[in-house]
Design a protein around this ligand. Structure first.
Ligand SMILES: Cc1cc2nc3c(=O)[nH]c(=O)nc-3n(C[C@H](O)[C@H](O)[C@H](O)COP(=O)(O)OP(=O)(O)OC[C@H]3O[C@@H](n4cnc5c(N)ncnc54)[C@H](O)[C@@H]3O)c2cc1C
Length: 423
């Protein structure tokens, strides 16, 4: 078969790994200008690879396959060396958190680091380049995909026997167009996670960082919202993330350069119900409102005590931000966020302080907005010649799950199991 793969990110990598050196002629179309481009692939920032059955996506991925794919990535690092750990392998920590109402999330993780990721992506690309059945086309944004004569036509010109769409979240324009043309593609869409990035001095979470590097817990707050930690970065850096029409906050850690602070996200999960069905619109408006207060392209920074008391922060005390000075404004997050979200976060931090003393210190830092959007869950059965893999399908949210989704789709194609419902 002649197959078009749209996008070269984690999901495409899984698919290509399974389908390299087979009789299928595979053409990969990537909108970024080349492999070195900063916009290519989600495998750019941080590169924490998780093995977990409790997070990473909404499909079942066998932990054996997850580990195999972790090894696949590590093999492309220079010294085959990464930071690694396991969350909540210690019963002591598990019990301490559990006792205070937290739900500890178990996972193994392997941290490649932002600085090493570029080499990894390039090495993978170079390896696929040696397969005679794989052809790369850069600077090739796909704007239309249509069914035609039992096959698929892309960009109104090239005919393929089938197309696998792997455009991640940055491919939302193409996905929205396809959904607009065929609304039955959408299975569901109701969730958005909204919250803050929290930054504390390393010594407050030193023991925890040493024990598990990435501590993940969920907590049912007294508002009824589920609140969770996400993306813990020991000795890391806070950064902004530009979505085009708004800016949010994020965090990462490097393998070589280290800071004296740890940052992590605290997110409240909103599940919106009928008749409202635009969680992305809801989250975007809150982000835009925050940017309106902070100034274009900037986020709000506030001390934790002022966040609690709804006062504008004018000065910082002992904890200094790792986010670059021109990317934030000292302000009040309460002017942008709904009260129920703020209360959920405060309840979470105060309760966390009973397990980790110092986490609710007055001068710890709160950055906003931090938002995690969930893509529409797409139906992969509607059209046997058009498949969606990775984050754009709504089934995955991590490098390993997206890679595994691509890998399993490759397997289904090789075995002619086009109607595999679990994908
Ligand atoms: C800042 C940040 C940090 C993250 N850190 C981690 C982490 O540490 N660990 C983890 O597990 N996950 C992390 N993630 C999530 C992870 O990156 C994604 O889950 C994963 O990359 C999804 O893989 P994908 O192949 O679906 O999409 P992507 O990896 O995003 O790849 C999609 C590709 O498609 C291309 N594309 C888009 N539209 C088109 C088009 N129309 N035509 C052609 N090409 C197109 C894009 O340029 C891109 O190269 C992070 C995400 C972000 C944003």
């Amino acid at each position: 078969m002649k197959i078009a793969v749209i996008g070269f990110g984690a999901a495409a990598i899984g698919l290509l790994e399974r389908m390299k050196d087979t009789e299928h002629e595979i053409h990969v179309f990537e909108k970024s200008p080349d492999i070195y481009s900063s916009s290519i692939s989600g495998i750019r920032a941080d590169g924490k690879l998780f093995v977990s059955s409790e997070m990473g996506g909404d499909i079942f991925i066998d932990p054996i396959l997850q580990r195999k794919l972790v090894d696949f990535y590590i093999n492309f690092t220079e010294r085959k060396h990464v930071e690694t750990g396991k969350s909540f392998s210690s019963q002591t920590y598990y019990r301490q958190f559990y006792e205070k109402g937290f739900m500890p999330i178990s996972s193994e993780f392997y941290h490649i680091g932002t600085d090493q990721l570029k080499e990894v992506l390039f090495n993978i690309y170079a390896m696929f380049g040696k397969s005679s059945n794989i052809h790369f086309h850069f600077d090739a944004e796909i704007k239309s995909i249509e069914s035609n004569n039992g096959g698929i036509v892309i960009n109104d010109s090239d005919y393929f026997d089938m197309a696998v769409v792997a455009v991640g979240r940055s491919g939302h324009k193409l996905i929205n167009k396809l959904i607009g043309e065929n609304p039955t593609l959408v299975q569901n869409n109701t969730k958005v996670d909204l919250g803050i990035r929290y930054e504390v001095p390393n010594h407050i979470v030193e023991e925890l960082n040493k024990e598990m590097y990435e501590f993940k817990v969920k907590y049912k707050s007294r508002t009824g919202y589920m609140v969770r930690t996400f993306c813990n970065n020991p000795s890391g850096f806070v950064v902004t993330e530009n979505y085009g029409d708004f800016t949010t906050v994020n965090g990462h850690a490097k393998m070589r350069e280290k800071s004296t602070n740890t940052n992590f996200a605290i997110l409240a999960s909103l599940v919106l119900t009928e008749p409202f069905k635009d969680p992305i619109g809801y989250g975007s408006y809150i982000a835009k409102l925050s940017n309106l207060l902070a100034g274009e392209g900037k986020v709000i920074l506030q001390t934790y005590s002022h966040f609690k008391e709804s006062k504008r922060t004018k000065n910082l005390y002992r904890v200094l931000p790792t986010l670059e000075h021109d990317k934030y404004i000292l302000g009040d997050v309460n002017l942008a966020f709904p009260r129920r979200i703020i209360e959920s976060i405060i309840d979470f931090v105060e309760n966390l302080d009973t397990v980790i003393p110092g986490i609710a210190n007055n001068d710890n830092l709160v950055y906003a907005p931090e938002i995690k959007f969930y893509s529409n869950r797409l139906n992969n059965i509607t059209n046997p010649k058009l498949k969606f893999i990775g984050d754009c399908s709504g089934a995955t949210r991590s490098i390993i799950y997206a890679t595994a989704h691509g890998y399993l789709m490759g397997e289904a194609i090789l075995n002619n199991h086009f109607s595999n419902t679990s994908l």
